[in-house]
Ligand binder design. Sequence first.
Ligand code: NCD
Length: 305
Amino acid sequence: MLPFKSLISSKQLTPEIITQIFQVTDRMATDIEKSGRTDLLDDKVIALLFFEPSSRTMLSFQAAATRLKAGTVFAQNASSTSFEKGESIEDLIQIVAGYSDVIIMRHAQKGSASIAADVSDVPFINAGDGGNEHPTQSLIDSYTIYKELGRLDNLNLVFGYDSLHSRSIHSLSKLLAQYPNNKFTFTGPDALLPNQAMVNELESLGVACTIKSELTSLDEYDVVYVNRLQEERFKDKKLFEENRRKFRLERDFVKGSNTLILDPLPRIDEISTDVDSLPNAVYFKQASYGVPVRMALLAMMLGKA
Ligand code: NCD
């Protein structure tokens, strides 16, 4: 059982809660391996509202629901719903809460997740609210690091290349900032570095933050976490074009290092495809953890684990 009804921000995911979620995740992974499905949520209906493009998040939530034997109701883009007619988030969520036991929503508007959670009678999960947060992705990312390195503290991490806009970077950095002795470096084009508010927030949690315009070596880092430039968040398209190919992890640079390479994906320009076969490139494994992690979260939020 989790101490919150809705998940809006990774700040809610304390080390103690994460330990519990990971224990249930391990159980879910074993259930998948042994029997493919478990009937934990066979009396539940899960609403999936995806008003922004999604592949991994949408499909892994759907796969998680299927493996938990829950039913699903689904809206995939704004034009297929009454948003098109001008209905508010508040009204739509109140209606969907009457049809389901938990609502998962991705929406382009920053802050839409709190608006929705405030009016929802059923638990609500933020699957991405604009460039703000993506807390379930940060659970998958931290589960991957934990599986590979056995810890979430005493880590030296580098984030790139669009820390300003990447909700995955925002959520993972806030989650890991709650663990002792983690150090963060942000790298990328000047215009895409984290803003001062984000740095202040992380530093107030005790994390030392460094900015590096270029990475000369990966040696000192335990993890490099990269995300594509978030094209859809750029107000100035010229700025996007100017910066999109400036940073890229190349095989020669990565080869021979033990630094884990994570990416929430989709990969666009940020990692060369010949990096994929290196043992420390764990982004496809990371994506596969989406199903057991989201199964655990759903079962726990609905009081079944
Ligand atoms: C991320 C997202 O949607 O923010 N994708 C995902 O959920 N795995 C990252 C991205 O789109 O770049």
